[in-house]
Design a protein around this ligand. Structure first.
Ligand code: SF4
Ligand code: SF4
Length: 423
Protein backbone atom coordinates (compact mmCIF):
# COMPACT_ATOMS: atom_id res chain seq x y z
CA UNK A 1 0.00 0.00 0.00
CA UNK A 2 1.17 3.51 -0.79
CA UNK A 3 2.26 5.35 2.33
CA UNK A 4 -0.62 7.53 3.46
CA UNK A 5 1.17 10.23 5.43
CA UNK A 6 -1.80 12.43 6.24
CA UNK A 7 0.08 15.62 6.82
CA UNK A 8 3.13 16.81 4.98
CA UNK A 9 4.97 20.07 5.34
CA UNK A 10 7.79 20.52 2.84
CA UNK A 11 11.11 21.27 4.47
CA UNK A 12 11.17 24.85 3.31
CA UNK A 13 7.87 25.43 5.14
CA UNK A 14 9.20 24.23 8.47
CA UNK A 15 7.93 26.75 11.02
CA UNK A 16 11.51 27.39 12.18
CA UNK A 17 12.04 29.14 8.86
CA UNK A 18 8.73 30.95 8.72
CA UNK A 19 8.77 34.27 6.93
CA UNK A 20 12.56 34.57 6.96
CA UNK A 21 13.51 33.87 3.37
CA UNK A 22 14.37 36.66 1.00
CA UNK A 23 15.04 36.31 -2.70
CA UNK A 24 13.74 32.79 -2.53
CA UNK A 25 14.17 30.95 -5.81
CA UNK A 26 11.39 28.51 -6.55
CA UNK A 27 12.49 25.45 -8.47
CA UNK A 28 9.76 23.18 -9.66
CA UNK A 29 10.35 19.56 -10.53
CA UNK A 30 7.25 19.24 -12.75
CA UNK A 31 7.43 19.19 -16.54
CA UNK A 32 7.51 22.46 -18.49
CA UNK A 33 6.53 24.51 -15.50
CA UNK A 34 6.11 28.26 -15.51
CA UNK A 35 7.05 28.77 -11.88
CA UNK A 36 10.80 29.22 -11.97
CA UNK A 37 11.15 32.70 -10.63
CA UNK A 38 12.62 34.89 -7.94
CA UNK A 39 10.28 35.49 -5.06
CA UNK A 40 10.75 38.45 -2.79
CA UNK A 41 8.73 37.00 0.01
CA UNK A 42 8.20 33.65 1.56
CA UNK A 43 4.67 32.44 2.25
CA UNK A 44 3.95 29.92 4.99
CA UNK A 45 0.99 27.62 4.45
CA UNK A 46 -1.48 27.44 7.33
CA UNK A 47 -3.04 24.15 8.45
CA UNK A 48 -6.38 23.43 10.06
CA UNK A 49 -8.16 20.51 11.69
CA UNK A 50 -10.27 18.26 9.47
CA UNK A 51 -13.03 17.70 12.02
CA UNK A 52 -12.41 14.74 14.29
CA UNK A 53 -10.32 12.81 11.77
CA UNK A 54 -7.00 13.84 13.32
CA UNK A 55 -5.79 14.96 9.90
CA UNK A 56 -4.41 18.48 9.45
CA UNK A 57 -5.28 19.95 6.07
CA UNK A 58 -3.90 23.02 4.33
CA UNK A 59 -6.17 26.07 4.49
CA UNK A 60 -6.12 26.08 0.69
CA UNK A 61 -7.10 22.98 -1.32
CA UNK A 62 -6.48 22.49 -5.03
CA UNK A 63 -9.79 21.93 -6.86
CA UNK A 64 -9.21 20.16 -10.17
CA UNK A 65 -12.36 21.11 -12.07
CA UNK A 66 -11.20 24.29 -13.80
CA UNK A 67 -7.68 23.45 -14.96
CA UNK A 68 -6.24 25.11 -18.07
CA UNK A 69 -7.21 23.46 -21.37
CA UNK A 70 -5.35 23.58 -24.66
CA UNK A 71 -6.29 26.65 -26.68
CA UNK A 72 -9.40 26.19 -28.76
CA UNK A 73 -9.91 22.64 -27.48
CA UNK A 74 -12.84 21.20 -25.50
CA UNK A 75 -12.93 20.89 -21.72
CA UNK A 76 -11.41 17.40 -21.64
CA UNK A 77 -8.21 18.51 -23.41
CA UNK A 78 -6.36 19.63 -20.30
CA UNK A 79 -3.04 21.39 -20.85
CA UNK A 80 -1.14 18.64 -19.00
CA UNK A 81 2.21 20.36 -18.68
CA UNK A 82 0.69 23.49 -17.17
CA UNK A 83 -1.82 21.67 -14.97
CA UNK A 84 0.78 19.25 -13.58
CA UNK A 85 3.20 22.12 -12.98
CA UNK A 86 0.52 24.07 -11.12
CA UNK A 87 -0.55 21.14 -8.94
CA UNK A 88 3.04 20.23 -8.06
CA UNK A 89 3.94 23.83 -7.32
CA UNK A 90 0.97 24.09 -4.96
CA UNK A 91 2.06 20.89 -3.20
CA UNK A 92 5.66 22.09 -2.97
CA UNK A 93 4.25 25.24 -1.38
CA UNK A 94 2.38 23.36 1.34
CA UNK A 95 -1.02 22.48 -0.19
CA UNK A 96 -1.86 18.96 1.00
CA UNK A 97 -5.48 18.57 -0.14
CA UNK A 98 -6.19 17.77 -3.80
CA UNK A 99 -9.82 17.47 -4.89
CA UNK A 100 -11.14 15.90 -8.08
CA UNK A 101 -14.22 13.96 -9.22
CA UNK A 102 -15.17 11.29 -11.74
CA UNK A 103 -16.85 13.67 -14.20
CA UNK A 104 -14.65 16.78 -13.85
CA UNK A 105 -13.29 17.89 -17.23
CA UNK A 106 -15.50 15.22 -18.83
CA UNK A 107 -13.60 12.43 -17.04
CA UNK A 108 -10.14 13.83 -17.84
CA UNK A 109 -9.45 15.30 -14.39
CA UNK A 110 -8.79 12.09 -12.44
CA UNK A 111 -6.27 10.68 -14.96
CA UNK A 112 -4.47 14.06 -14.98
CA UNK A 113 -4.34 14.14 -11.18
CA UNK A 114 -2.99 10.58 -11.24
CA UNK A 115 -0.11 11.76 -13.43
CA UNK A 116 0.49 14.89 -11.35
CA UNK A 117 0.87 12.78 -8.21
CA UNK A 118 3.57 10.50 -9.64
CA UNK A 119 7.24 11.02 -8.68
CA UNK A 120 6.53 10.95 -4.95
CA UNK A 121 3.76 13.57 -4.85
CA UNK A 122 0.99 11.11 -3.94
CA UNK A 123 2.54 10.50 -0.52
CA UNK A 124 2.55 14.23 0.22
CA UNK A 125 -1.18 14.85 -0.12
CA UNK A 126 -4.65 13.96 1.00
CA UNK A 127 -6.40 12.89 -2.19
CA UNK A 128 -10.15 13.49 -2.47
CA UNK A 129 -12.47 12.24 -5.18
CA UNK A 130 -16.18 11.51 -5.49
CA UNK A 131 -18.51 8.62 -6.29
CA UNK A 132 -20.66 9.79 -9.23
CA UNK A 133 -23.90 9.01 -7.37
CA UNK A 134 -26.13 10.33 -10.17
CA UNK A 135 -24.69 7.70 -12.56
CA UNK A 136 -25.25 4.76 -10.18
CA UNK A 137 -28.04 2.50 -11.42
CA UNK A 138 -27.42 -0.63 -9.34
CA UNK A 139 -25.48 -1.65 -6.21
CA UNK A 140 -22.54 -3.13 -8.14
CA UNK A 141 -21.87 0.26 -9.76
CA UNK A 142 -20.21 1.43 -6.54
CA UNK A 143 -17.34 -1.05 -6.93
CA UNK A 144 -17.16 -0.41 -10.67
CA UNK A 145 -16.68 3.33 -10.21
CA UNK A 146 -14.37 3.12 -7.19
CA UNK A 147 -12.05 0.57 -8.80
CA UNK A 148 -12.00 2.63 -11.99
CA UNK A 149 -11.11 5.74 -9.99
CA UNK A 150 -8.26 4.00 -8.17
CA UNK A 151 -6.89 2.97 -11.57
CA UNK A 152 -7.25 6.45 -13.08
CA UNK A 153 -5.61 8.04 -10.05
CA UNK A 154 -2.81 5.44 -10.03
CA UNK A 155 -3.25 4.80 -6.31
CA UNK A 156 -4.51 2.04 -4.04
CA UNK A 157 -6.57 4.26 -1.78
CA UNK A 158 -8.52 7.51 -1.67
CA UNK A 159 -8.00 9.57 1.49
CA UNK A 160 -11.25 11.53 1.39
CA UNK A 161 -14.06 9.89 -0.58
CA UNK A 162 -17.33 11.72 -1.16
CA UNK A 163 -20.80 10.88 -2.38
CA UNK A 164 -20.97 13.51 -5.11
CA UNK A 165 -23.49 16.38 -5.19
CA UNK A 166 -26.13 14.90 -2.91
CA UNK A 167 -29.63 16.33 -2.86
CA UNK A 168 -32.60 14.93 -0.97
CA UNK A 169 -33.61 13.14 -4.16
CA UNK A 170 -30.23 11.45 -4.78
CA UNK A 171 -29.89 10.68 -1.05
CA UNK A 172 -33.16 8.71 -1.10
CA UNK A 173 -33.19 7.38 -4.64
CA UNK A 174 -29.51 6.53 -5.06
CA UNK A 175 -27.57 6.36 -1.78
CA UNK A 176 -30.23 4.70 0.36
CA UNK A 177 -31.93 2.80 -2.45
CA UNK A 178 -28.70 1.12 -3.59
CA UNK A 179 -27.26 0.77 -0.08
CA UNK A 180 -24.15 2.74 -1.07
CA UNK A 181 -23.16 3.48 2.53
CA UNK A 182 -22.74 -0.23 3.31
CA UNK A 183 -20.60 -0.49 0.18
CA UNK A 184 -18.56 2.54 1.25
CA UNK A 185 -18.00 1.16 4.75
CA UNK A 186 -16.80 -2.13 3.26
CA UNK A 187 -14.38 -0.21 1.02
CA UNK A 188 -13.19 1.69 4.08
CA UNK A 189 -12.62 -1.57 5.98
CA UNK A 190 -10.62 -2.86 2.99
CA UNK A 191 -8.41 0.25 3.05
CA UNK A 192 -9.58 1.55 -0.33
CA UNK A 193 -10.87 4.72 1.28
CA UNK A 194 -9.87 6.36 4.56
CA UNK A 195 -12.57 8.92 5.30
CA UNK A 196 -16.13 9.11 4.05
CA UNK A 197 -18.11 12.25 3.28
CA UNK A 198 -20.55 13.87 0.89
CA UNK A 199 -20.69 16.96 -1.25
CA UNK A 200 -23.98 18.76 -1.33
CA UNK A 201 -26.29 20.89 -3.49
CA UNK A 202 -29.78 21.36 -2.12
CA UNK A 203 -31.39 23.31 0.74
CA UNK A 204 -30.85 23.49 4.50
CA UNK A 205 -33.55 20.94 5.39
CA UNK A 206 -32.08 18.41 2.93
CA UNK A 207 -28.59 19.05 4.29
CA UNK A 208 -29.66 18.38 7.87
CA UNK A 209 -31.52 15.22 6.84
CA UNK A 210 -28.43 13.82 5.11
CA UNK A 211 -26.06 15.01 7.86
CA UNK A 212 -28.16 13.33 10.56
CA UNK A 213 -29.14 10.33 8.44
CA UNK A 214 -25.83 8.50 8.86
CA UNK A 215 -23.44 8.28 11.82
CA UNK A 216 -20.39 7.40 9.74
CA UNK A 217 -19.76 10.76 8.02
CA UNK A 218 -16.24 12.09 8.62
CA UNK A 219 -16.61 15.25 6.54
CA UNK A 220 -18.77 17.12 4.08
CA UNK A 221 -18.25 19.58 1.23
CA UNK A 222 -20.62 22.51 0.85
CA UNK A 223 -21.00 25.60 -1.31
CA UNK A 224 -20.32 28.64 0.85
CA UNK A 225 -19.17 32.22 0.30
CA UNK A 226 -20.21 35.60 1.67
CA UNK A 227 -23.20 35.69 -0.72
CA UNK A 228 -24.58 32.18 -0.06
CA UNK A 229 -24.95 32.37 3.72
CA UNK A 230 -28.69 31.67 3.46
CA UNK A 231 -28.47 29.48 0.37
CA UNK A 232 -27.72 25.74 -0.11
CA UNK A 233 -26.57 24.24 3.25
CA UNK A 234 -26.55 27.76 4.81
CA UNK A 235 -24.35 28.96 7.67
CA UNK A 236 -26.57 27.02 10.07
CA UNK A 237 -25.77 23.82 8.15
CA UNK A 238 -22.06 24.65 8.33
CA UNK A 239 -22.31 25.08 12.10
CA UNK A 240 -24.32 21.87 12.52
CA UNK A 241 -21.74 19.83 10.61
CA UNK A 242 -18.91 21.27 12.70
CA UNK A 243 -20.82 20.59 15.92
CA UNK A 244 -21.12 16.92 14.89
CA UNK A 245 -17.35 16.74 14.49
CA UNK A 246 -17.24 16.68 10.70
CA UNK A 247 -14.48 18.36 8.76
CA UNK A 248 -15.96 20.91 6.35
CA UNK A 249 -14.58 21.46 2.86
CA UNK A 250 -15.75 24.64 1.13
CA UNK A 251 -16.45 24.78 -2.60
CA UNK A 252 -17.44 27.76 -4.76
CA UNK A 253 -15.73 30.27 -2.42
CA UNK A 254 -15.82 32.76 -5.31
CA UNK A 255 -19.24 31.73 -6.61
CA UNK A 256 -17.87 30.40 -9.87
CA UNK A 257 -15.49 33.36 -10.22
CA UNK A 258 -18.23 35.97 -9.85
CA UNK A 259 -16.77 37.32 -6.60
CA UNK A 260 -13.44 37.87 -8.38
CA UNK A 261 -15.07 39.91 -11.15
CA UNK A 262 -17.50 42.14 -9.34
CA UNK A 263 -19.42 44.90 -11.07
CA UNK A 264 -18.06 48.36 -10.15
CA UNK A 265 -21.15 49.05 -8.02
CA UNK A 266 -20.50 45.94 -5.88
CA UNK A 267 -16.72 46.33 -5.84
CA UNK A 268 -17.03 49.86 -4.49
CA UNK A 269 -18.60 48.50 -1.31
CA UNK A 270 -15.35 46.67 -0.46
CA UNK A 271 -12.42 48.22 1.37
CA UNK A 272 -9.56 48.38 -1.16
CA UNK A 273 -6.97 47.15 1.37
CA UNK A 274 -7.69 43.63 0.08
CA UNK A 275 -8.61 42.36 -3.37
CA UNK A 276 -12.18 41.07 -3.88
CA UNK A 277 -10.77 37.52 -4.00
CA UNK A 278 -8.96 37.93 -0.70
CA UNK A 279 -12.07 39.33 1.00
CA UNK A 280 -14.07 36.33 -0.24
CA UNK A 281 -11.51 33.78 0.95
CA UNK A 282 -10.93 35.53 4.28
CA UNK A 283 -14.67 35.45 5.00
CA UNK A 284 -14.34 31.63 5.00
CA UNK A 285 -10.97 31.28 6.72
CA UNK A 286 -12.27 33.54 9.47
CA UNK A 287 -14.75 30.84 10.53
CA UNK A 288 -13.69 28.08 12.97
CA UNK A 289 -16.00 25.54 11.27
CA UNK A 290 -14.09 25.66 7.97
CA UNK A 291 -11.35 23.08 7.41
CA UNK A 292 -10.18 23.62 3.84
CA UNK A 293 -11.23 26.10 1.16
CA UNK A 294 -11.08 24.66 -2.35
CA UNK A 295 -10.11 26.88 -5.21
CA UNK A 296 -10.51 25.66 -8.78
CA UNK A 297 -7.25 27.18 -9.96
CA UNK A 298 -7.00 27.76 -13.69
CA UNK A 299 -3.73 29.63 -14.05
CA UNK A 300 -0.28 29.99 -12.48
CA UNK A 301 -1.15 33.51 -11.32
CA UNK A 302 -4.21 32.23 -9.50
CA UNK A 303 -2.12 29.60 -7.70
CA UNK A 304 0.45 32.17 -6.59
CA UNK A 305 -2.19 34.61 -5.44
CA UNK A 306 -4.12 31.98 -3.47
CA UNK A 307 -0.94 30.67 -1.81
CA UNK A 308 -0.19 34.18 -0.64
CA UNK A 309 -3.71 34.72 0.70
CA UNK A 310 -3.71 31.32 2.47
CA UNK A 311 -0.43 32.17 4.18
CA UNK A 312 -2.14 35.14 5.88
CA UNK A 313 -5.26 33.20 6.91
CA UNK A 314 -6.40 32.46 10.44
CA UNK A 315 -9.55 31.78 12.42
CA UNK A 316 -11.07 35.04 13.70
CA UNK A 317 -9.07 37.18 11.27
CA UNK A 318 -11.96 39.56 10.47
CA UNK A 319 -13.43 42.06 12.92
CA UNK A 320 -17.09 43.05 13.34
CA UNK A 321 -16.77 46.09 11.06
CA UNK A 322 -15.27 44.00 8.26
CA UNK A 323 -18.03 41.40 8.57
CA UNK A 324 -20.60 44.18 8.43
CA UNK A 325 -18.96 45.49 5.27
CA UNK A 326 -19.28 42.06 3.64
CA UNK A 327 -22.94 41.84 4.70
CA UNK A 328 -23.51 45.17 2.95
CA UNK A 329 -21.67 43.89 -0.14
CA UNK A 330 -23.97 40.86 -0.13
CA UNK A 331 -27.07 43.00 -0.09
CA UNK A 332 -25.84 45.18 -3.00
CA UNK A 333 -24.81 42.07 -4.95
CA UNK A 334 -28.17 40.41 -4.41
CA UNK A 335 -30.04 43.45 -5.67
CA UNK A 336 -28.09 43.23 -8.94
CA UNK A 337 -27.91 39.44 -9.41
CA UNK A 338 -29.81 38.01 -12.36
CA UNK A 339 -29.14 34.25 -12.76
CA UNK A 340 -27.14 32.37 -10.07
CA UNK A 341 -25.17 30.33 -12.65
CA UNK A 342 -21.65 29.47 -11.42
CA UNK A 343 -20.41 28.30 -14.84
CA UNK A 344 -19.76 24.77 -13.57
CA UNK A 345 -20.98 23.29 -16.90
CA UNK A 346 -22.52 20.22 -15.26
CA UNK A 347 -25.49 20.87 -17.57
CA UNK A 348 -23.42 20.61 -20.75
CA UNK A 349 -23.71 19.53 -23.45
CA UNK A 350 -27.19 20.77 -24.26
CA UNK A 351 -28.74 18.40 -26.84
CA UNK A 352 -29.81 21.44 -28.87
CA UNK A 353 -26.37 23.06 -28.93
CA UNK A 354 -26.86 25.95 -26.48
CA UNK A 355 -23.84 27.17 -24.55
CA UNK A 356 -25.94 27.38 -21.37
CA UNK A 357 -23.37 28.97 -19.00
CA UNK A 358 -22.19 31.24 -21.83
CA UNK A 359 -25.70 32.62 -22.32
CA UNK A 360 -26.11 33.22 -18.58
CA UNK A 361 -22.74 34.95 -18.47
CA UNK A 362 -23.79 37.37 -21.22
CA UNK A 363 -27.12 37.96 -19.49
CA UNK A 364 -25.56 38.53 -16.06
CA UNK A 365 -23.05 40.94 -17.56
CA UNK A 366 -25.87 43.15 -18.86
CA UNK A 367 -25.62 45.04 -15.53
CA UNK A 368 -22.09 46.12 -16.56
CA UNK A 369 -22.02 46.01 -20.36
CA UNK A 370 -23.53 48.59 -22.67
CA UNK A 371 -26.49 47.44 -24.74
CA UNK A 372 -24.31 47.43 -27.86
CA UNK A 373 -21.73 45.14 -26.24
CA UNK A 374 -24.44 42.75 -25.01
CA UNK A 375 -26.03 42.61 -28.45
CA UNK A 376 -22.65 41.99 -30.10
CA UNK A 377 -21.73 39.20 -27.64
CA UNK A 378 -25.15 37.59 -28.07
CA UNK A 379 -24.93 37.75 -31.86
CA UNK A 380 -21.60 35.89 -31.77
CA UNK A 381 -23.19 32.80 -30.18
CA UNK A 382 -23.57 29.76 -32.43
CA UNK A 383 -27.00 29.13 -30.89
CA UNK A 384 -29.06 31.77 -29.16
CA UNK A 385 -31.43 31.21 -26.26
CA UNK A 386 -34.46 30.76 -28.52
CA UNK A 387 -32.93 27.45 -29.67
CA UNK A 388 -33.94 25.99 -26.29
CA UNK A 389 -36.52 23.26 -26.78
CA UNK A 390 -37.43 23.06 -23.08
CA UNK A 391 -36.31 19.43 -22.86
CA UNK A 392 -35.21 20.13 -19.24
CA UNK A 393 -32.24 17.76 -19.52
CA UNK A 394 -30.06 20.47 -17.97
CA UNK A 395 -32.31 21.17 -15.01
CA UNK A 396 -32.12 18.01 -12.88
CA UNK A 397 -28.33 18.13 -12.80
CA UNK A 398 -27.90 21.88 -12.14
CA UNK A 399 -26.53 22.36 -8.59
CA UNK A 400 -28.12 25.84 -8.49
CA UNK A 401 -31.53 24.49 -9.55
CA UNK A 402 -31.78 26.92 -12.45
CA UNK A 403 -34.85 26.41 -14.64
CA UNK A 404 -33.33 27.00 -18.05
CA UNK A 405 -36.46 25.92 -19.94
CA UNK A 406 -38.28 28.90 -18.43
CA UNK A 407 -35.40 31.38 -18.44
CA UNK A 408 -34.04 30.95 -21.96
CA UNK A 409 -37.11 32.39 -23.76
CA UNK A 410 -37.16 35.32 -21.31
CA UNK A 411 -33.47 36.06 -21.89
CA UNK A 412 -33.89 35.88 -25.66
CA UNK A 413 -36.78 38.30 -25.55
CA UNK A 414 -34.92 40.75 -23.31
CA UNK A 415 -31.75 40.80 -25.40
CA UNK A 416 -33.71 41.08 -28.64
CA UNK A 417 -35.46 44.05 -27.02
CA UNK A 418 -32.04 45.64 -26.44
CA UNK A 419 -31.14 44.99 -30.06
CA UNK A 420 -34.17 47.00 -31.16
CA UNK A 421 -33.02 49.82 -28.83
CA UNK A 422 -29.47 49.74 -30.26
CA UNK A 423 -30.66 49.75 -33.85
S1 SF4 B 1 -33.95 22.87 -21.43
FE1 SF4 B 1 -33.14 24.11 -23.09
S2 SF4 B 1 -31.09 24.71 -22.41
FE2 SF4 B 1 -31.72 22.97 -21.13
S3 SF4 B 1 -30.86 21.16 -22.18
FE3 SF4 B 1 -32.99 21.44 -22.91
S4 SF4 B 1 -32.78 22.67 -24.78
FE4 SF4 B 1 -30.82 22.85 -23.65
S1 SF4 C 1 -26.85 26.37 -15.49
FE1 SF4 C 1 -26.42 25.23 -13.57
S2 SF4 C 1 -25.30 23.39 -14.24
FE2 SF4 C 1 -25.25 24.84 -15.95
S3 SF4 C 1 -23.32 25.97 -15.71
FE3 SF4 C 1 -24.92 27.17 -14.66
S4 SF4 C 1 -24.86 26.49 -12.53
FE4 SF4 C 1 -23.74 24.94 -13.71
Amino acid sequence: MVSSAPFFVPVRFDSRFASCYKQYETIIRGPACAFTEKREEFFTMQYRKMGNTGVEVSALGFGCMRMPVLEGQPDNCIDEARAIGMIRHAIDSGVNYIDTAYFYHHEASEPLVGKALLDGYREKVNLATKMPVYAVEKEEDFDFFLNNQLERLQTDHIDFYLMHALSLDSWKNKVLKFDLLTKAQKARAEGKIRYLGFSFHDNEAAFLEILNGFDGWDFCQIQMNYIDVENQATLRGLEAAHKKGLGVVIMEPLLGGKLANLSPQVKNTLDSSRTPVEWALDFLWNRPEVSVVLSGMGSEEMVEQNLEYASRSSIGMLDAAQLEMLANTRSVYQKMALVPCTGCAYCMPCPFGLDIPGIYEIYNQTVNDTRAVTVQKYASLAKQADACRACRKCEGICPQHIESSTLMPVIHEKICGMKAGVA
